[in-house]
Unconditional design. Structure first.
Length: 304
């Protein structure tokens, strides 16, 4: 199965929110979707689902276009599950009843429900009313409902919200299993380092467009990643001409690409860095969190 979005533009009146968005996804692809709040992640999901009007563009699954006609929208919703909002849960229903409802509505495979409950380690509370659930329990329930729907395409909006580290790891593992079974999955998340653990690609939305795609399957360039003060960065740059592609993150992290440098130049630079007091140096490729900080010009307040 394929999901293709071609030249999609979404606007509220005269205010354009997304402009000329295009991408093509195939079976067994898991995509991260990142951007600051309010810049179009949920809007993109809603537009593809035809929950909101699309000003222009095309939504195609396996080459068939799905328009805003009622029959097309109904068929589209049989192929795509959108992560439910916790506010849409029924407080007087049990978790099991919610999961069974999604299994019946989409997959028609109620026999799988108990396996899903066990896999998500929900046995201790799943038969209680949802009104007794914590935030994390509700979030796991919403995820279990999408898994039970078993649609070929799944949209997960902030699936990790409210989960503790153990359950973030559990849900991440199940996302990988879903990808391996051939699902097309798009996950919008602010847990950027977590996306590096399972996403094939990460889409960055900026200035209303799909600005940058970070492909985890492409060969990655190594960097010196130096945590230092702005004064130390200026001092280092006065002693060594930085290669093209050097990135400053929040005036606190200096990322220096190693590929343009000879081994001798790398050694010289390393020795200069060692002379700086109270710095931290690591070597490796940039991750989603570093690209995020670079693209959106954010300060990394956890650093010096």
């Amino acid at each position: 199965m394929t999901l293709e979005i071609k030249n999609m533009t979404v606007a509220y009146g005269s205010r354009v929110v997304l402009e000329d968005i295009s991408f093509h996804l195939e079976n067994g692809q898991l995509i991260g979707l990142v951007a600051p709040n309010g810049t179009g992640k949920t809007t993109l999901f809603n537009a593809i689902m035809r929950f909101i009007p699309v000003q222009s563009g095309h939504i195609l699954i396996d080459g068939t276009e799905y328009t805003a006609k009622d029959s097309d929208v109904l068929a589209l919703h049989q192929l795509i599950t959108f992560f439910p909002n916790q506010a849409d849960l029924h407080e007087n229903f049990s978790g099991t009843e919610h999961i069974e409802m999604y299994a019946d509505m989409w997959a028609g495979r109620r026999d799988d429900v108990q396996n899903i409950i066990k896999r998500l380690e929900m046995e201790d509370y799943v038969d209680r009313k949802v009104s007794t659930y914590s935030l994390g329990m509700r979030q796991r329930l919403c995820f279990a409902m999408v898994v039970a729907a078993d649609t070929p395409i799944m949209f997960m909006d902030e699936v990790m919200n409210g989960l503790d580290p153990e359950n973030v790891s559990l849900v991440s593992d199940i996302l990988i299993e879903l990808r391996q079974s051939g699902k097309i999955i798009i996950v919008a998340s602010h847990l950027l380092d977590n996306l590096d653990e399972y996403a094939d690609k990460v889409f960055f939305l900026k200035d209303k467009k799909l600005h940058f795609t970070f492909n985890h399957h492409e060969e990655k360039e190594d960097y010196f990643k130096l945590v230092c003060t702005q004064k130390q960065a200026v001092e280092l740059e006065s002693q060594f001409p930085m290669p093209e592609g050097t990135i400053h993150l929040g005036n606190s992290v200096l990322c220096i690409p190693l590929k343009p440098l000879t081994e001798k130049e790398q050694l010289t630079l390393y020795q200069l860095i060692r002379q700086l007091d109270q710095t931290e140096l690591s070597v490796g490729p940039l991750g989603t969190s570093q690209y995020y900080s670079h693209l959106y010009g954010l300060e990394l307040h956890s650093y010096r």
